[in-house]
Design a binder for this molecule. Sequence first.
Ligand code: DSN
Length: 447
Amino acid sequence: MLSETDPQVFKIVKEEEKRQQEKLSLIPSENFFSSSVREAVGSVFMHKYAEGNIGKRYYEGNQFVDQLEMLTQARARTAFKLPDDWGVNVQALAGSNANLSVYLALLNVRDTIMGMYLPDGGHLSHGWSYEPKKVQNPNELVYFGGSSRVNITSKIFCTVQYKTNPKTQLFDYDEIEKIAIEHKPKLIITGGTAYPREINYKRMKQIAEKVGAYYMADIAHEAGLIAAGVNSSPIGIADVVTMTTHKTLRSARGALIFANAELIKKINRAVLPGLQGGPFNHSIAGICVGLGEATKPEFKEYAQQVVKNAQKIAAELQKYDFKIVSGGTDKHLVLIDLSNKPLLGKKFARALDYAGIVANMNTMPQETRSPTDPSALRIGTPWITTRGMKEQEMEIIAKWINNVMDICAEWKDLKFDEFEEKIANNDKINKISSEVKELCIKYPLKI
Ligand code: DSN
């Protein structure tokens, strides 16, 4: 028993459990898994090395790992309605590894990759670099990065990034096409972390075809919504589809890569021996269980409710004069532009956390501030929907969010540490935190 063998770690685990139980996670990339998923992740599969692929391992003793990986592949095929001539890799340890494997399989050093501009909602692994202390021109529709090549993708490849349309905050497909024609990327990427709208995958594939590029759709955020048929799918349209498994898909932490039979062979070689050693069989076990859950009718209802909840909370926040990027959401996430409010993302996220509402500061389209102190707040509904919350709870949560903004407005000009001192022991914030706790008790996590 951990409590006896290592009380120090046990205590930290219990404190985290209490935090998760008593606070509302509105971080759109987080979710709470079933006890079956967690049991599989904690299983004996964590003890086994299994470099290689099914039936062709470098170690003996993989009879059951092979069975597990075959079942996971089969469930992934079913969950994402894979065409017969597509294959799946379930071994990538995380989303960034999955993306790097695709690049390693399909590209050469210094090839050009074209992804979405990170502050507009792209992802680090889609080619991010920047110029320190330089404010980006929000009116330029294309971005070439800078000397600070913080992500390995920008060290290896030439990068060009497209932005959302400044007026609509949506993908501007004609503009993306122009950029692609001019810069001839070898790979075009969509997807990311803070784009609240559906992407027209067919149009993106047309653009890629026009310039002779591969098209990779990274659906990490919306994978569960796509599996449930609530968002449209790029499977069979894009050349490659990558995703993490632990966000809306509500499986264990890991990643899946889908591609046609020819590309998936190259990608398998890129995962191993290209980038990784042994797969995390225990994570694959959890992913397998989660994929099984994701094909049940209850999961479709869950995914539908996730979107309804996100749309409801966005609409409620608009009533309190919060500006919602792109005017709403098609998905599980809502990006709140705080430029008309007293607090921006950093202070607001910390104040909300004291009130028991966990969110994250975020950049937004036309951002002129640093990602360490940006203009927006990102929220999402996967976790609170797993708790069983519905539209009426979204009304309550939106009200709390607005109350926290009102309470903290008077401290908006304080330095961050002084601001935190004010909110740390504030009666009004503490009262909201108690109310949040009461709501959480009504919708307990099944630990
Ligand atoms: N960390 C993920 C997110 O929060 O969106 C992206 O990798």
